[in-house]
Design a protein around this ligand. Sequence first.
Ligand code: GZL
Length: 306
Amino acid sequence: FSSMVSAGLPVLEQKERYKVGFAQSESNNPWRIAETKSFKEAALSCNWDLVYTDAAGSAAKQVSDVDSMIAQQVDVIFLPPREERPLLPAVMRAKSQGIPVFLVDRSVDAKVAQAGRDYVSFLGSNFIEQGQLAAQWLIENTGGQAKIIELEGTTGSSPANDRRKGFDDEIAKHAGMTILASQSGDFARDKGRKVTETLLQSHPDVNVIYAHNDEMAIGAIQALEASGRKAGTDVLIVSIDGTRDALQAIIDGKMALTVESSPFFGPLACATLKRYVGGETIEPWVRVSDRIFTIDNAAKHIDEAY
Ligand code: GZL
């Protein structure tokens, strides 16, 4: 019976149906919409009573959404913390109320909260590796010569922090590769377009754009074309996610590469919860593995994209 008590985490008793909270951060892009759909499908197939909230891009509202789930005494919470720090108190409050929290697709500041103690586990991709893969492809395909604009994701979010770290540390090893500017487009298409427009004014010599997600990359393509540049030839674009629009842009020769960052967390959440209630100790990081999409395989995978 000792396996049930894993490092002071709340214990969930076995029962027919669980009341499961999913506190979504926003629904402003295809990735978020695909993730939500995956959770709602999982709720049906996994016999959950799903309590769903949408914080509309506000970390503060996401905190109050989690608090309302605690008040409703859900059995478990799946949380994609919009930013690494503001959600920490809510994660701690859930634990103090005996509600296990699984972080999905984004994490919290590891210097403050620990998997296996404050929350059960982080289910998600390796964002540092995603940044490294994008950098390594560029190094191989530009001969180590590039003038780069970086479009960062949501400020303070773990994917933005880690995709920047993974990419920048790799690029720093090549003197011929310069990051001219790095600015947040908040993972949003139109902000990505606007930031690219502005940065093109101050860096007309740019020949590579690295976007932390496909939505901003698509926005960057719009800005490049509005400036009379040819996306894909005058400027190479590398990105992350693997959305349908990105795969189409690759097929059209406007984007060179996107590193997959799967949004389909529903089945993994269902399987991991089953393991947890079955008494297993869950590893602190349940890793999602990601593929790379280029002109060689984009057409083959576009039908599974979102
Ligand atoms: C990654 C996820 C990111 C996606 C973006 O797990 O947090 O948030 O890469 C989304 O498209 O906005």
